[in-house]
Design a protein around this ligand. Structure first.
Ligand SMILES: [Zn+2]
Ligand SMILES: [Zn+2]
Length: 174
């Protein structure tokens, strides 16, 4: 369950233990989506009038291509999260870290917060491993499997520098 009755919450904290499905309508069109959903564990409790606090963990796998070698990799996106929910119109309604709900509502839906927190936790760049060698720019071979046999590209800037040095011009001194 990711939607909670406010009156029940006022009487006592709720244990949150559920999965936000990748098919849930809370996901938006261009979102990265979790492969099997986002597992949510934690506690949702009242934190003063019109305010509720969630503390727990979100975890969900996603997949992406390594930005260097293009191999598909699975990424385990898990994060400890703390979120504050407040009635729309509350003092801190302008705070972007606070999730708002309508004062007349009878329930609080934590799915938008789970979606946003999980998306924020997805690394912006995927790399299969820290020292991924990437693809050869000439033949496209995966250099993680070993050298491809192409010539090392010659960097012309170095030969230009060497020529400058051979003139032997000493920098002028004051
Ligand atoms: Zn890679
Ligand atoms: Zn090559």
């Amino acid at each position: 369950m990711l939607v909670f009755d406010l009156r029940a919450l006022a009487a006592g904290a709720a244990v949150v233990d559920d999965v936000l499905s990748p098919a849930d309508p809370v996901w938006e069109e261009h979102d990265r989506v979790p492969v099997e959903g986002v597992r949510v564990n934690g506690r949702l409790s009242a934190a003063g009038p019109g305010r509720f606090y969630f503390s727990g963990q979100i975890a969900g796998m996603t997949d992406d291509a390594c930005r260097r070698c293009l191999t598909e990799v699975e990424i385990d996106v898990r994060e400890r999260v703390q979120c504050l929910f407040a009635e729309n119109g509350a003092d801190d309604a302008d705070d972007p870290d606070v999730y708002l709900f309508e004062p007349r509502s009878h329930e609080i839906d934590i799915r938008p917060a789970v979606r946003e927190q999980w998306l924020l936790s997805v690394p912006p760049f995927t790399q299969c491993r820290d020292d991924c060698a990437g693809l050869c720019p000439t033949c496209g071979a995966d250099l993680n499997a070993g050298p491809c046999g192409c010539e090392e590209p010659i960097d012309d800037r170095w030969s230009a520098l060497r020529q400058h040095g051979s003139h032997g011009d000493e920098p002028s001194r004051p």
